[in-house]
Ligand binder design. Structure first.
Ligand code: EPU
Length: 420
C-alpha cells in the first residue's frame, strides 16, 4: 500500500492561511541546538518529516527531544555523547550535513554517512569541507563515511567560491568555539542564516554580519540554553501566494515577512497579479489576466530557486512565452516533464525552461520527483480539469506542514488515498 494525493481541480480558494515556521531554518536550528550546554526551546517548528528525521538523529546522539506542544521542541544535551551517525535518517535529508559543523564545533570530531536529500543535479559539499579544513580539521572520506577531526579549531579567513547557504551555516557552527576570529567572505545572505546566527548568539556566540556577505565569528568557550522562535517559511508562503494567484477568488496569506518575498511579489506584479501587501500578510485577488515573464533564479535576495518550480505551474496559465533560467541547480526541471503530462507546453533546455502559455491542464497521474516539484504539481492539480493523482508524496511531507489540510480549509478538494 502507498499513499497518494488526489486533487479535484477547478475549486476556487478563499479565506486565510497561516504560514508555518521555516523548514530550511528549522533543519539548521535543530543541529545548531546541540552546541548548547543546556535546554534549547524552539518554537514554531513545522510539522514535517524532515524534523522527525532530525529528531531521530538527535536521539541517536542521546539528546533528549521533547515535543511539549504541537510546535515547541525542547532539545536537551545533558546526556549527549558523540557517536558515528549512520542511521538511515542521515540519507533522508540533505540537512543532516549540519551535524558535521555542529559536532565538529562541539567535540572536535564527527563521523557520519553522506547526507541525502532531493536530487536536483550535483550537490557537492566541497565548500563545507574546505571551510572545516581552513579551521584546522582533517577530512577523510572512506566507505561511505566522512570523518572530520581537529585537535584544535582555530579561527581563519574563509572565502566561499559560491555563496552557499549550507556551507555558510556549517562553517558558522564549526567556528563558534574556535580560537580567535573566523571571517566568512562571500557568505550567503538568506534569512535562514540570520535565524541560525540569532539562535547561536542567544546561546552566547559572538557572530556579527549574518545577512550580509561578510560574517565574523569570535570563538567563545561556553554556550547555554535559550528560547527561540523560528522565522516564517518564505518558500511555503511563496507557494501559497502562487496558489492564490492561480486559483483564488480572494485569499490572505498570514504570518509572513514580506521583505523575504520581494523578488516573488515583484515578479507576480509584473505578471498582472493583484495583491495588497501588509506588515505580516498579503492578500491576493484572483481572476487577473496573467502575462508571461522571464525569471532567473539567484541567491537571496534574488528569485529563489525553490520557487521556480511552483511558479512554472502558474506560468502555464500566462499569455505568451516565459523563460526560466536556473543558475543554482542545473537539473531542477523534473517537474516540467510531469506538467507536460498534464497538458503544459514546456521546452526544457540546459539550465532553462521555456513555457508557452496559456495551456489547459488536465488531471493525470503524476510523480513528485522532489519537494518543490510536488508543490508545483499541487498547483497544477488545483488548476486542472478532473482528478490529478500525485505519487511519491513523501517528498511533499518532508517540507510542507499539512499542505492538504491547509488547502482543504481554503476550499480545495484534496484527499489522501491508500492505493495498492
Ligand atoms: N555548492 C557547491 N559546493 C558546496 C555547496 C554548494 O558547489 O559545497 C553549490 C550547489 O551545488 C548549488 C549552489 O552552490 O549550485 C548553492 O547551494 P547551497 O549550498 O546554497 O544549497 P544548500 O544549502 O544545499 C539550501 C536549501 C535548498 C535551497 C538552496 C538554495 C536547505 C536544507 N536547503 O540548500 O532548499 O534550494 O539552499 O537556496 O536549506 C528546498 O527547500 O527544496 C531546497 C532544496
Amino acid at each position: 500500500m502507498k499513499e497518494v494525493i488526489q486533487i479535484e481541480g477547478g475549486h476556487k480558494l478563499s479565506g486565510n492561511v497561516r504560514i508555518s515556521g521555516s523548514k530550511n531554518a528549522t533543519v539548521a536550528l535543530i543541529p545548531a541546538s546541540i552546541l548548547a550546554n543546556g535546554p534549547v526551546t524552539i518554537c514554531g517548528v513545522p510539522n514535517i518529516s524532515d524534523v522527525e528525521s532530525l529528531a531521530i538523529l538527535l536521539r541517536e546522539l542521546n539528546v533528549q527531544v521533547i515535543q511539549n506542544s504541537t510546535d515547541h521542541l525542547v532539545i536537551d544535551t545533558t546526556e549527549m555523547r558523540n557517536k558515528p551517525l549512520d542511521h538511515p535518517a542521515v540519507t533522508r535529508l540533505r540537512a543532516s550535513y549540519y551535524f558535521m559543523g555542529a559536532l565538529l564545533g562541539k567535540y572536535g570530531e564527527v563521523k557520519m554517512k553522506m547526507p541525502g536529500g532531493c536530487y536536483l543535479g550535483p550537490r557537492p559539499i566541497d565548500l563545507h569541507l574546505k571551510g572545516f579544513e581552513a579551521l584546522g580539521a582533517t577530512v577523510d572520506y572512506s566507505q561511505g563515511y566522512y570523518t572530520i577531526k581537529a585537535k584544535k579549531l582555530v579561527g581563519a579567513k574563509i572565502f566561499l567560491d559560491i555563496s552557499s547557504v549550507g556551507a555558510t551555516i556549517n562553517i558558522m557552527m564549526a567556528a563558534v568555539h574556535a580560537e580567535g576570529r573566523t571571517t566568512i567572505e562571500n557568505a550567503a545572505k538568506e534569512p535562514e542564516i540570520i535565524d541560525v546566527a540569532t539562535l547561536l548568539n542567544k546561546m552566547g556566540a559572538q557572530i556579527r554580519g549574518a545577512g550580509t556577505n561578510v560574517i565574523t565569528i569570535d570563538g567563545v568557550d561556553h554556550l547555554s540554553g535559550c528560547f527561540h522562535e523560528i522565522i516564517p517559511d518564505r518558500i511555503e508562503a511563496g507557494t501559497f501566494i502562487i496558489m492564490a494567484a492561480a486559483a483564488a477568488e480572494k485569499m490572505t496569506i498570514e504570518n509572513i515577512i514580506p521583505q523575504h518575498l520581494e523578488s516573488l511579489l515583484s515578479k507576480l506584479s509584473e505578471m498582472g497579479v493583484s495583491m495588497e501587501v501588509n506588515v505580516d500578510r498579503v492578500t491576493i485577488t484572483g481572476g487577473c489576466k496573467l502575462k508571461a515573464v522571464d525569471v532567473k533564479t539567484l541567491p537571496y535576495p534574488g528569485f529563489a530557486t525553490d520557487l521556480q518550480q511552483p511558479l512554472t505551474a502558474l506560468l502555464t496559465q500566462a499569455e505568451g512565452d516565459s523563460r526560466i533560467i536556473e543558475t543554482i541547480y542545473s537539473e531542477r526541471f523534473k517537474h516540467c516533464v510531469e506538467l507536460q503530462r498534464m497538458g503544459a507546453d514546456i521546452e526544457v533546455g540546459p539550465s532553462n525552461s521555456l513555457i508557452h502559455g496559456p495551456s489547459k491542464l488536465f488531471g493525470e497521474r503524476v510523480t513528485a520527483t522532489d519537494l518543490r516539484c510536488g508543490a508545483s504539481l499541487v498547483i497544477a492539480g488545483l488548476l486542472a480539469e478532473g482528478i490529478t493523482e500525485i505519487h511519491e508524496i513523501y517528498h511533499i511531507d518532508r517540507g510542507y506542514d499539512d499542505l492538504d489540510g491547509k488547502l482543504n480549509a481554503l476550499g480545495a478538494k484534496i484527499r489522501r488515498v491508500e492505493i495498492e
